[in-house]
Design a protein around this ligand. Structure first.
Ligand SMILES: Cc1cc2nc3c(=O)[nH]c(=O)nc-3n(C[C@H](O)[C@H](O)[C@H](O)COP(=O)(O)O)c2cc1C
Length: 411
């Protein structure tokens, strides 16, 4: 019987030395964990250990039994990509043009309220990542940084402003004016909030801004000392547009969300804002058609990440029909449960112009501030580019040509 043996030799010392990675041990274990994270899920796990439960639940939670979020996630998990081979994918271009300017990836930062609750620097830390990666940041009406403060902190970042039409239209007008004067390019009108969604976790946790100090809090401080230290040693945590407010969130929502908001308000907004207007929270083909006729620049198919109407349409499932109806007239964006580059690819392949991410970057900021958000973009980009190469798509329009479908998997 023939047996093959490897020939021995003296150890090749220079080769052995070249394999050694000389790295000083890092001082912060958390920083090292974030650097090693291979997915946004891992960042979420790190985040959970860093911030109080009330904060993590506020970010992760949705409305009622949270089935909408689960269905959005399932839709992404059931996507099957078409793939083409032998297409020379040595050069991949992930950029798109949005309102005349290039962005480097088809992702935008969703408006999310109270960002300083998640990490003390708040909105400027996220907008700085947008600037560093040539992306667009959207600031919420419920932000903890005002439009003018954000403009001062990150003057070169592309900034959009998200508006809730408030019961007092003059208050809306004054914040729109501030956004315009502070160089914000576009307005996002959120329309899926005629009333606040029922967020059971927040009700159980008694969420208030700023957080109340009770006996329970004292134990919480002992468990998450860094978060509390940051809270106590930085400027007061409050809504930039509603300084001095210290009542429960539900009461603020009642002031900000106007159940009487209607299509007339879209026309009103067009009369007071001369830049692009996007309508966020569209959940039907009929509304998409009407808004396209009214001449908005774009729509975001969204159910607020499952935080408003529970058991409504799943954005990814609705997307192809909406794109078929209005995609040649206006930009169609999507959000909800986008947590990776593969999800981003799926949404583009099914017709979206680009995706908005919310929780994904909030997990990053809770895990490690601005560094955590940078890591989120790095991970999304890694998977997105990798998926493009493996499906044979060299640019964004080829993703659409190659396409994808949602598998019909029964629950
Ligand atoms: C913590 C949190 C706060 C939010 N605040 C706002 C807001 O102030 N205005 C708004 O239009 N949408 C808000 N949203 C919804 C997001 O803009 C976006 O629609 C949603 O996060 C997308 O789902 P995803 O988080 O799974 O990516 C918020 C979402 C989260 C998670």
């Amino acid at each position: 019987m023939k047996i093959i043996k490897s020939k021995r030799q003296f150890p090749d010392l220079p080769h052995f030395i070249s394999l050694i990675e000389w790295k000083l041990p890092t001082l912060s274990r958390n920083k090292a964990k974030v650097a090693r994270a291979t997915s946004i899920y891992e960042l979420a796990q790190i985040a959970k250990k860093r911030v109080p439960k009330v904060v993590f639940d506020y970010v992760e939670g949705s409305a009622l039994n949270e089935v909408s979020y689960k269905r959005s996630r399932d839709a992404f998990d059931n996507v099957e990509f078409n793939a083409r081979v032998l297409r020379d994918v040595s050069k991949i271009d992930t950029s798109i043009e949005i309102y005349g300017k290039k962005v480097d990836l088809p992702i935008l930062f969703s408006p999310t309220g109270y960002t300083r609750l998640m990490y003390h620097v708040g909105e400027p830390a996220v907008a700085a990542v947008a600037e560093n990666n040539n992306l667009i940041y959207s600031l919420s009406t419920m932000g903890t940084t005002s439009p003018s403060e954000l403009a001062a902190a990150v003057p070169r970042a592309r900034r959009w402003f998200q508006l809730y039409v408030m019961q007092n239209r003059d208050e809306s007008l004054s914040i729109i004016k501030q956004a315009k004067e502070s160089g914000f390019e576009a307005l996002i009108l959120t329309v899926d909030t005629p009333v606040s969604g029922i967020r059971v976790r927040d009700m159980k946790n008694g969420l208030t801004i700023p957080p109340r100090i009770s006996l329970k809090t004292v134990f919480a401080i002992a468990r998450k000392p860094i978060w509390w230290l940051n809270l106590f040693t930085t400027k007061k945590l409050e809504f930039a547009a509603f300084r001095g407010w210290d009542k429960p969130l539900v009461e603020l929502a009642a002031k900000i969300f106007d159940p009487a908001t209607s299509f007339d308000d879209v026309n009103w907004l067009k009369s007071v804002w001369d830049g692009p207007i996007l309508v966020k929270g569209v959940q039907s083909v009929e509304d998409a058609k009407k808004l396209a006729q009214m001449g908005v620049s774009g729509i975001i198919i969204s159910n607020h990440g499952g935080r408003q109407l529970n058991s409504g349409p799943v954005p990814l499932e609705l997307l192809p029909e909406v794109v078929a109806a209005v995609g040649d007239k206006i930009d169609v964006y999507i959000d909800g449960a986008v947590i990776s580059g593969q999800d981003t690819y799926a949404a583009i392949a099914l017709g979206a112009k680009a995706v908005f991410i919310g929780r994904a970057y909030l997990y990053g900021i809770m895990a490690d501030g601005q560094r955590g958000v940078e890591k989120v973009i790095e991970l999304i980009k890694r998977d997105f580019v990798n998926t493009m190469a493996l499906t044979g798509a060299r640019n964004i329009s080829e993703i659409k040509e190659i396409g994808a479908r949602i598998r019909n998997v029964s629950n």
